[in-house]
Design a binder for this molecule. Sequence first.
Ligand SMILES: Cc1cc2nc3c(=O)[nH]c(=O)nc-3n(C[C@H](O)[C@H](O)[C@H](O)COP(=O)(O)OP(=O)(O)OC[C@H]3O[C@@H](n4cnc5c(N)ncnc54)[C@H](O)[C@@H]3O)c2cc1C
Ligand SMILES: NC(=O)c1ccc[n+]([C@@H]2O[C@H](COP(=O)([O-])OP(=O)(O)OC[C@H]3O[C@@H](n4cnc5c(N)ncnc54)[C@H](O)[C@@H]3O)[C@@H](O)[C@H]2O)c1
Length: 512
Amino acid sequence: MRSSTLSFTSGPTRAPPQVFPLSAAGRTVSTVIVRTFDVVVIGAGPVGENVADRAVQGGLTCAIVEAELVGGECSYWACMPTKALLRPGNALAAARRVPGAREAVGSIDVPAALAFREAAAAHGDDSGQVEWLEGAGITLVRGHGSLDGERRVRVTRADGEVETLEARHAVALTTGSEPVVPPVLRGVEVWGSREAVRATAIPPRLAVVGGGVVGCELATAYAALGSQVTLLVRGDRLLPSHEPVAGELVADALRAAGVDVRLSTAVTDATAGDDGAAHLTLDGAGSAGAVLAVDRVVAATGRRPRTRDLGLASVDLAQDEAPQVDDTMLVDGTDWLYAVGDVNGRALLTHQGKYQARAAGDAIAARATGTPLDDGPWGRHVATADHAVVPQVVFTDPEVAAVGRTAAQAEEAGLPVRVVDLDLGAIAGATVHAEGYTGAARFVLDAERDVVLGATFVGQDVAEMVHAATVAVVGEVPLHRLWHVVPSYPTLSEVWLRMLEQVGRESAQVRA
Ligand SMILES: Cc1cc2nc3c(=O)[nH]c(=O)nc-3n(C[C@H](O)[C@H](O)[C@H](O)COP(=O)(O)OP(=O)(O)OC[C@H]3O[C@@H](n4cnc5c(N)ncnc54)[C@H](O)[C@@H]3O)c2cc1C
Ligand SMILES: NC(=O)c1ccc[n+]([C@@H]2O[C@H](COP(=O)([O-])OP(=O)(O)OC[C@H]3O[C@@H](n4cnc5c(N)ncnc54)[C@H](O)[C@@H]3O)[C@@H](O)[C@H]2O)c1
């Protein structure tokens, strides 16, 4: 096989060059195309799409390389399908908490629920997102991308054809993350998040290993869909990165829903039984040496950056680590390489990755056009909120909606902390929202500056409450001004008023 090189430079019209398969002596040979763009983005998940869009809006040409589906993990195997998988069970449970509605509802319809999940994942069809890319003026290049030295990206297409893309200004890595499967589980067939989220049948007995967000959401969903779920958690609580009350209330609810939640329990061995079941040997509270037989095991044990086969060594970067970046997402030691979204490990959330993407795409355009950067804290070209104001909703039942620092994180940062804990179930709005509403709120306040550092809400339908809290934390709205932010009656948001009443009106700013 011989290869030839054709060189193109994408002009202002952004017309894609033609690809010419060459033949020699009647044989088709591989063709190496070189095209040049201002920016090349590797990975067309939500983050890559946004980097590309901002770069194009900043007047640059941009190619985006995608090995699988445009839209990424979030659209087809993560955020959207999981939320759809959870929604029927959560909606049904909510209806059952309201007299009058309770009597009207039946049980879950699994085929309909799975069909709803498939629709949320667009049935694995990315044509809608491809159309969006085209409309946004972004050139899609299908294939596996890897760095091939400075500002060069080698794309290997499914048919083996290789193309080189050159970037005049920047390359952005937006390749996301992948699940980590602990070696101890290798003896059995394991579902990662992809398989669990897009399953076509509900296993009668399911073990979920890991008590983080993925583990708690999948345990909630599968319990509602009819599995006998055992949640195996190495640590002593669920959702360890959140306030303790979040894990406590979610564990209570999972147990009430029939999930066997085993805290401080490790899997020490996993073997495939003759009966087709997976046999997990457990070590921990009350189950040392016990063997659990299940039909399926889910590894919900964290994620690592998707950096393998990305050619990082060609630019002297470590292969298996998240590239270190500054607040514009520029990789340390370079002036052309960016790492944005899950791949940089800063905050593994779609909304936060897209926020980083807006900053990075605008920074790439500014640097390319010689526009001064606005890169001080909270400037246009930086992702300042990543450091201490990341919002997240865990779509369990009860939901967990949290933003900013937990009390422990604030204390660790040396801040003067005042904590206000409240019973969300005692708010008037909660009493009519659901019979026996169970929930909690925690506000973490800066006792000297009288601002909110963090807030956590746990309860049914608290998801939308996180945004008001995010505004308060990012805006550093003083408590004396929050007294004028009047929550509507009777809503769950009245918990803000209860917090203010507990703190009292005599805040430092009022006195000053
Ligand atoms: C089960 C689950 C549920 C989740 N739910 C939520 C949620 O509700 N809310 C939330 O905010 N976050 C959620 N997340 C996290 C969210 O999915 C990620 O934060 C988000 O997808 C990250 O976006 P990204 O663009 O960085 O990466 P991805 O979405 O992973 O996209 C990366 C893209 O790059 C492509 N790619 C990778 N390597 C290459 C290569 N070498 N060449 C070409 N293309 C490549 C991939 O095919 C993919 O399309 C969830 C995660 C999981 C696992
Ligand atoms: N609703 C949402 O926003 C949402 C939903 C799902 C995922 N996500 C994001 O995806 C990311 C990944 O989630 P995740 O739950 O996989 O990771 P995670 O890091 O949140 O939780 C993984 C858990 O598994 C445990 N664990 C690790 N190795 C283990 C082992 N060998 N045995 C037993 N337990 C082990 C860890 O102690 C940890 O508690 C998170 O950062 C999360 O933000 C977000």
